[in-house]
Write a protein that binds this ligand. Sequence first.
Ligand code: NAI
Length: 391
Amino acid sequence: MIIKPKIRGFICTTAHPEGCAAHVNRQIDYIKDNTAIQGAKKVLVIGASTGYGLASRIAASFGMGADTIGVSYERPASEGRTASAGWYNTVAFERAARAAGYIAESINGDAFSHEIKQETLKLVKEKLGKVDLIVYSVASPRRTHPDTGETFNSVLKPIGQPFTNKTVNTNTGVVSEITLEPATQEEIDNTITVMGGEDWSLWLKALEEADLLADGVTTLAYSYIGPEITEAIYRKGTIGQAKNDLEATAHTLTKQLERYQGKAYVSVNKALVTQSSSAIPVVPLYISLLFKVMKEKGLHEGCIEQAQRLFEKLYSGSTVETDEEGRIRLDNWEMREDVQQAVKAAWSEITTENVSERGDLEQYRLDFLQLFGFGFEEINYELDVDPEVHV
Ligand code: NAI
């Protein structure tokens, strides 16, 4: 099969197995080129197949020498359709990690369900024993509650009043104004149910009950804050409410982990192009301006650079540096005064005519394509490839 990108709005419905492997291997190479970290050795990553979760898994194995189990929800290839990118990424990761001598096992299914939790616990017990790091990096538009069977959808909306701002169609480069209507209370509550901390704590509870938490265990989940430009749609919007809940969950979990001398952290990460962030209105335009500024200042990072910096912060000193709310701040370069001033100045002037020059739409598009295994110069996309790959 000859596989080309098929972009529909903010998703790409195809993925390239060899391109995804190239993407994974580049991230592995980056980690191998960095100094090894003495940290966790038995790691469970929930949401392990793309974006921040995948980068965390790569950095755990190739940077800390950890054995890993990854949970994700991906689509295998079928009837002339390619698998999803996360499926190919997982195969590529497992192959590379096993070849390097690490245990690498994966579970594909709904992490929110009791069944997948139980299946994972069984595998953890069998392959890893007790875990010393649990990374929770699930991003999902919906969640079926494991006890009631009710399905909740998350929304990306402002709260209280409509929000109008600029946005870009990243495919056409057209900058326009968008108005988003405020969420209802039910939509806010549902978004918290999907993206808040409940499922993270259910995972920790299940691991504790199965006696699979090691002494000194750490657990991590990821959050975002961002600037004033995106505040109404992000931090003060529905997703921000879910992040507040996630951050509060870290404090509750830390208390629960006291008997293991364990800690739960939320790490506030940088805005990056991932399958999840491209779905948020206004944010892709902000990201493309941010990338331009951060590159000019030599501060640009992707998921893998952030994962490396995170594990350095977590494991290199005797104390972990946090803000006053106890959060690890990997967004410190994004939020630097000079960076934000420059983005703000560009934002006020941005139009369809100058977006390619004032923003880095090219980098945005390339990053987006690469999420699906396209845009790698070492891959010949004219060649026939088998979409059915398995470890
Ligand atoms: P992503 O879309 O790249 O990854 C989501 C992961 O969750 C995938 O591995 C997917 O398979 C898995 N997943 C989704 N539904 C699942 C389910 N029902 N069961 C099992 N696995 C499931 O997302 P990204 O951007 O890496 O997000 C991860 C976390 O990082 C989120 O909490 C997000 O809010 C946070 N974050 C993202 C930032 C960004 O700019 N992308 C910035 C800061 C934080």
